[in-house]
Design a protein. Structure first.
Length: 326
């Protein structure tokens, strides 16, 4: 019977290579993909077929607790990379007996990321997650003491690698050698590393509005703080207009310009009175192609009602509400 291993799969090239290397040594590799609110991908579409089963685990609520006060702090933005790894690795250890796995594989490369992949951080993550020598990092294994999988002879240490640093040429060369011609290119991935998204998240935390629904809203449109408990999100294109309509919850307000004018859908969430409805309508009008009209109609309704209310609006210059932009 083949020895089983759980491979943490992010969707990127490094985790693909790590899983492939161990699979090719004769182990049965099961890919484990953790879903978090800030890094959502369709792993089954993104990860090429290499003969491993993919399972998915949701860490949404646990990750929201973590991000409010990470023990090891943040990176350059709102990315709690070390705490994130410890959470994922700890959960992976809990899942080992469920899948009959003997060890854990990750695609980490020594020195690739300054916060979470320096030697001290990698040692800390291995220890604090409780994995210790159950953890194998095939791409940089030669820099570390032998793991349990190597000591037991489940994998051959001489077939493991010594990748180091941020240069990605060795990974791309290895992908070619392994016949992996179609894989996801390196990308931003985690939204917590994005300065603009992080700024919105900090503002959300400051107003005690952190939940999964509001996180999804943060990913769309232009954001405005209308009041202590009120946010307005204005779509930037047709795709975002559709997304905002789909993200609207009971109690939210949706705004749009009159049918013959091109313009955004806007979503207001929170405590909303008539004054804020009027302000939301004005901001919606500012992003509408008004064709030089002095007044336009803005349609609005409270979800889940389907009947629109209408009010006449004089389009508001953007500089009049620039101070509300998040």
């Amino acid at each position: 019977m083949k020895i089983k291993a759980l491979a943490l799969i992010s969707g990127g090239l490094d985790s693909l290579l790590a899983a492939k290397l161990i699979h090719d040594q004769g182990c049965e590799v099961i890919g484990l993909h953790f879903k978090i609110p800030f890094c959502k991908i369709n792993i089954r579409e993104r990860f090429p077929e290499i003969g491993i089963k993919i399972i998915e685990e949701d860490l949404g609520e646990e990750f929201l607790k973590l991000i409010q006060e990470p023990h090891y702090g943040f990176g350059s933005n709102m990315n709690p990379c070390i705490d994130c790894k410890i959470l994922m690795f700890s959960r992976a250890k809990e899942l080992m007996p469920v899948w009959g796995a003997k060890f854990i594989i990750t695609g980490e490369v020594l020195g690739q990321r300054p916060m979470s992949q320096n030697k001290q951080a990698l040692k800390l993550i291995r220890q604090r997650s409780g994995l210790d020598d159950l953890l194998l990092r095939p791409l940089s294994a030669q820099f570390f003491l032998p793991s349990l999988a190597e000591k037991e002879g489940w994998v051959k240490r001489e077939k493991l690698l010594n990748f180091n640093g941020r240069l990605r040429t060795p990974q791309m060369r290895l992908a070619r050698d392994l016949g992996l011609n179609h894989y996801a290119t390196p990308a931003g991935g985690c939204l917590l590393t994005d300065p603009n998204f992080s700024k919105r998240l900090v503002e959300l935390l400051a107003h005690d509005e952190l939940n999964l629904e509001n996180i999804e809203l943060l990913k769309v449109g232009r954001h405005f703080r209308l009041g202590e408990n009120t946010r307005l999100v204005v779509g930037r294109d047709e795709g975002e207009n559709i997304q905002l309509a789909q993200l609207a919850q009971a109690g939210d307000y949706l705004f749009s310009p009159q049918k013959d004018l091109a313009g955004p859908t806007a979503l207001a969430r929170g405590l909303i009175n008539q004054e804020l409805i009027f302000l939301s309508s004005q901001i919606t009008s500012a992003y509408t192609d008004t064709l030089g009209l002095e007044k336009i109609e803005v349609l609005y309704r409270q979800v889940p009602l389907v009947k629109d209310n209408v009010q006449q609006i004089s389009p508001l210059p953007k500089e009049r509400f620039a101070h509300l932009f998040i």
